[in-house]
Design a protein around this ligand. Structure first.
Ligand code: DGL
Length: 272
């Protein structure tokens, strides 16, 4: 048993989509979340830049005595997972792509064609393909980078024609050309536009890694005897830029009546 918090981070607010699932499954766990809203999006940045940001944020979480680090970001998972595991050999570091790959391999049937949507960095890395093909090399995988979607989500432009048009710009041809029937939301921001995608393409079966990762967290905590013993709702959410959008989106993601959200401004200069 271990009542220390779990550290989560993302380039912005996308990783919060993992937390709402975690709180339902493991309500005793305490969370420290860091959203790098001042430097988002990561998805079109150089790998070396993303690795530098990630190490900085992981250090910040470790200084706050976390028992586990969850990379609630596909872009960071595809570029920095091994680095962070080497940096903190004594702390379990979980990436978000492995659980999604396991789920794809589990549900896949002969006729299915699988699409992955994500940031440029994630799609270019082909990490999903590599991890899925390690489990089953026969699964057809097609990737599509959708770089405009994250800035729109961070701006809170969701229930709007601009969002639907942007989704269609990337997906209309991609889905029909590859006959995709199974779509992996390969960016933790995308669960926030899941309803838009389902409305536009009702035939799709959607895999949401923000949900899938919760089972991996539970298994890892169990195996290492790190589950929290007593319930705590004392979560802390840090953002490098505590914008109005971030707060609005937190309200959208969480049912505020269930728990308390404490916001903290995070000064990047004090990070080291
Ligand atoms: N939420 C992040 C992910 O899962 C990416 C957003 C960004 O481009 O910063 O990849």
């Amino acid at each position: 048993m271990d009542n220390r918090p779990i550290g989560f981070f993302d380039s912005g607010l996308g990783g919060l989509t993992c937390i709402s699932h975690l709180m339902k499954t493991l309500p005793n766990e305490r969370i420290i979340y860091f959203g790098d809203t001042a430097r988002t999006p990561y998805g079109s940045k150089a790998t070396s830049t993303i690795r530098g940001f990630s190490a900085q944020i992981a250090d910040f979480l470790v200084q706050r005595n976390v028992k586990m680090i969850v990379i609630a970001c596909n872009t960071v998972s595809s570029t920095s997972l091994e680095d962070l595991r080497e940096r903190y050999p004594d702390i379990p570091v979980l990436g978000i792509i492995e659980p999604a790959a396991a789920r794809v391999a589990e549900v896949w049937q002969e006729t299915n064609s699988v699409g992955i949507i994500g940031t440029k960095v994630t799609i270019r890395s082909k990490t999903h393909e590599r991890l899925i093909h390690r489990l089953n090399p026969r699964i057809p995988i097609h990737g599509m980078a959708c770089p405009v979607l994250v800035p729109l989500i961070e701006e809170g432009i969701i229930e709007h024609d601009i969002m639907d048009l942007s989704i269609r710009y990337y997906l209309d041809h991609f889905l029909s050309y590859h006959k995709i029937d199974t779509l992996v939301l390969g960016c933790t921001h995308y669960p926030l536009i899941r309803t838009n995608i389902e409305k536009l393409y009702p035939h799709l079966s959607i895999i949401n890694p923000s949900e899938e990762i919760v089972n991996s967290i539970e298994t890892e905590l169990l195996e290492r005897d790190l589950l929290a013993e007593t319930a705590s709702h004392d979560n802390t959410y840090y953002a490098s830029d505590l914008s109005e959008n971030f707060i609005n989106m937190i309200n959208r993601i969480f049912d505020q009546s269930e728990f308390r959200v404490a916001f903290k401004n995070f000064d990047l200069d004090n990070c080291k």
